[in-house]
Design a protein around this ligand. Structure first.
Ligand code: SF4
Length: 320
């Protein structure tokens, strides 16, 4: 598959002070050498605990943040070298749906204004044509013309997220980054919104980077899944392969937390010791070693690299 979005050795370090009184400086390695590619119309799920760098990765791709080093290519355009006009085009082609539908919609704007804003900014439609396009977008996400004049507080969480999706679609994007789009929603609503993402992908030929902290959420929607830990990808594989044959001890622990529906399948819950370490003090060697149930001597001193251990299945662990 031709790569559509390519991310190469992306790093983002934030400078911080070590303590309130101390002048000593440190850095938060939020994203520390992330590489992947997504094919056109493909969905890559990006999963990890909060603070692992997945949202920072999303913001870097969209150039809402400047990287410390690394490259991102959208088609043939080098995103970090794009000039003003190229960036304007990219902002149309790459859109984001945010996690929290409560804070990401301006409460003073009507649905018509929220969804129509991008159309006006990019001069894609105005007047009657703009209203018709907004209605079309609302219908695409399961809402209707009766919602045009209403305000965000009049909607449920699921409906607000539909408005957020319509807003993202308004400018005709090719890549949609969904940053934990269902995490704030009731479990009963999550499946409906994920189904909507799947239907829209088929209808509009979209490419997705779908971010979640729960492997269960990305299972059905993703063609491939990448697992992140402390700023790095530790495993990446086709979705079926990853769920059937997880190799990295961290992926195994995340999967063990998902309840199995088939009574014949037995899965023992792996409880990880401790919380994720701070990205200011990244452990030496394998950064997962303080929590890893399978660590051995080499893990404390030598950092593993992400290697392809079978076709399309990449893992960063000394066990392989
Ligand atoms: Fe665990 Fe060692 Fe593999 Fe790291 S390299 S995940 S510590 S076994």
């Amino acid at each position: 598959m031709e790569p559509f979005l390519v991310v190469k050795d992306l790093k983002k370090y934030f400078p911080v002070r070590k303590g309130f009184w101390s002048g000593e400086r440190a850095e938060v390695r939020a994203v520390d050498g992330v590489s992947f590619a997504i094919g056109q119309r493909e969905t890559l799920g990006l999963v990890g605990e909060s603070g692992c760098g997945k949202s920072t990765t999303a913001r870097l791709i969209l150039r809402l943040l400047e990287p410390t080093t690394g490259e991102v290519y959208f088609g043939k355009t080098a995103v970090f070298k794009a000039n003003k006009e190229e960036m304007r085009q990219l902002r149309r082609k790459m859109q984001i749906v945010f996690q929290d539908p409560y804070s990401s919609l301006d409460p003073r704007m009507s649905v018509k204004e929220i969804v129509g804003e991008g159309l006006a900014i990019h001069r894609l439609a105005r007047g009657k044509e703009k209203t018709e396009r907004v209605v079309e977008l609302l219908e695409m996400v399961g809402l209707g013309p009766e919602h045009l004049g209403r305000y965000p507080h009049e909607f449920s969480g699921g409906q607000r997220q539909r408005i957020g999706i319509a807003r993202a679609l308004a400018v005709g994007p090719e890549l949609l980054i969904a940053d934990e789009p269902v995490s704030a929603l009731d479990v009963s609503i999550q499946a409906q919104v994920i189904n909507l993402f799947e239907d829209l992908q088929k209808e509009l030929g979209l490419t997705y980077l779908f971010i979640a902290h729960d492997l269960r959420v990305v299972k059905h929607i993703s063609d491939r899944v990448a697992v992140m830990y402390l700023g790095q990808i530790v495993e990446l594989a086709e979705s079926d392969e990853l769920y059937r044959n997880p190799l990295h001890p961290y992926t195994q622990a995340l999967l063990s937390a998902i309840p199995v529906t088939d009574p014949k399948t037995k899965r023992q819950r792996i409880i990880l010791e401790g919380d994720p370490p701070s990205p200011i003090q990244v452990p030496a060697g394998c950064r997962f070693h303080p929590r890893c149930p399978k660590r051995f001597d080499r893990c404390d001193t030598e950092a593993p690299v992400l290697r392809e251990v079978s076709p399309g299945h990449w893992v960063s662990c000394h066990l392989y």
